[in-house]
Design a binder for this molecule. Structure first.
Ligand code: PFF
Length: 452
């Protein structure tokens, strides 16, 4: 077994974890899910879900990782015995599943950076999207994106992930702030912000049952939970770091960047008279592209916007790849680069259906939607549920002890955390999972059977 690396600095860990959390979930899915779920009402549910469910669950993953310093499968085995390996196995599988189609979108984003620079989509954003988002071009772009992630992970924790994210994450923050400042000067700023930030209480209440699972799923996705990432990243953290403080920094930064994404996207769409509610997943690409095509300095803005999205997607993808590579390095003698390439090949193959199948012309891939629905409605809540049951009810007081390491004086808080995990988080996930399974398998238009 190859010797384990650690983060060179605490900031290195924080930045890498923020890089993992901030990704397509914030910059792309969050705005379009907000739009699809009636605007600001969704934002309210999302913020509640992040605070009450996501944050405690994040700490649960941290505890498992730091206590064992093992890969995600080995960590659960160490703490609970061989039977609990399954929790790590589900997380590993969920991560692979999600990364397979995440790479595909990462590839589209790279194409949009290029398309902005050359103005390729300026005449017909719809046609550009159809060409980019399906078939051989999508496969080639997926491969390029994946190769970048493999390259970084192959270089290791300190020299690869830590160094890369230390450049990427500050760049994302600075460029997003610049874009937001500019978006706020547009004619659509007031309407865009109102749509995004003033909730309509009536629709909040009416839509609670459909919005809750989306909001909770989004909270898990955006905090990179249920995929073994935070277990793995915390396995490289020292005992004198305060996990609650680090977790708080990650949650707050991630949320602020999500909100910033809305502050950028909605004013642009409103300024261009594009209705966000009709814009759906790919249409957001189309809508943003259409906006850049008609805005002054659109090429530059397009390169910056899609460039930020690409950086964010890449710093997330490397975190997921690291989960698999860390599992493999803990269990074999093969070198890190070999294992990173091996994982890349499997991911490439698993992503092919999402890259190739476009569904309706110019629309969204039928397989893509299928992969995404299974991830959100089933795999993520199931995986987090297993972690929470394990940490809350099996580890119990040991988990509290680990949380307190490096955070003197946090005894009372740690106990509150344990009970929040045991009751609120568990309850929230069970409801989410039940609703998710309903819409995946039982509803009239059950998402699971859609492509068949
Ligand atoms: N937190 C990431 C995001 O919001 O995009 C979630 C994620 C997805 C991380 C896929 C890593 C990944 F490969």
């Amino acid at each position: 077994m190859v010797e384990r690396e650690t983060w060179a600095t605490r900031v290195g860990f924080l930045v890498a974890a923020i890089g993992s959390a901030v990704g397509l979930g914030n910059l792309w899915q969050f705005p379009f899910k907000t739009a699809a779920n009636g605007g600001a009402a969704f934002v309210v549910f999302y913020l509640i879900a992040v605070t009450l469910i996501g944050f405690p669950a994040l700490l649960a993953e941290f505890v498992v990782g730091r206590r064992t310093r093992r890969n995600v499968v080995g960590a659960f085995e160490d703490l609970g015995g061989p039977g609990w390996r399954v929790v790590g196995g589900v997380a590993l599988f969920t991560g692979f599943w999600i990364l397979s189609y995440y790479n595909v979108v990462g590839g589209w984003v790279l194409r949009y950076v290029l398309g902005s620079a050359t103005g390729a989509y300026f005449d017909d954003p719809g046609a550009y999207l159809s060409a980019v988002a399906s078939g051989p071009e999508a496969v080639a772009a997926q491969l390029l994106f994946l190769a970048m992630a493999v390259g970084i992970v192959a270089m290791g924790i300190e020299n690869g992930i830590e160094k890369a994210t230390k450049v990427m994450v500050p760049s994302i923050v600075v460029l997003m702030l610049a874009l937001a400042a500019w978006a706020l000067t547009l004619g659509g700023a007031a309407d865009g912000l109102a749509y995004f930030l003033s909730p309509d209480v009536g629709s909040l209440v009416d839509n609670a049952w459909t919005v809750v699972p989306d909001a909770v799923g989004q909270a898990f996705f955006t905090l990179s939970l249920g995929m073994g990432i935070m277990v793995t990243y915390a396995s490289y953290v020292g005992e004198d770091d305060s996990l609650p403080v680090d977790g708080g920094v990650i949650v707050v930064s991630n949320t602020l960047i999500g909100v910033l994404a809305g502050v950028v996207v909605f004013p642009i769409l409103f300024a261009e008279g594009i209705d966000p509610a009709t814009s759906g997943p790919t249409a957001l690409f189309e809508a943003m592209a259409a906006a850049f095509a008609s805005l002054p300095a659109g090429r530059l803005l397009g390169v910056v916007f899609f460039g930020v999205v690409a950086l964010a997607a890449l710093s997330s993808a490397i975190s997921l790849l690291e989960v698999a590579v860390s599992y493999a390095t803990d269990n074999t003698d093969a070198s890190r680069p070999t294992l990173a390439v091996g994982a890349g090949v499997v991911l490439f193959l698993l992503g092919l259906p999402s890259a190739l199948d476009t569904g309706e012309p110019g629309g969204f891939s039928a397989w893509f939607v299928w992969f995404d629905a299974i991830a959100y409605k089933l795999l993520l809540p199931l995986s987090v549920l297993l972690v929470v049951v394990f940490v809350g009810w099996v580890l119990g007081r040991d988990a509290v002890a680990e949380l307190r390491e490096g955070s003197p004086g946090s005894d009372g808080l740690a106990t509150v955390w344990l009970w929040t995990l045991r009751l609120i988080v568990l309850g929230g996930i069970i409801v989410t999972l039940r609703l998710g399974i309903g819409s995946l398998f039982l509803a009239e238009d059950a998402a699971f059977f859609a492509p068949f």
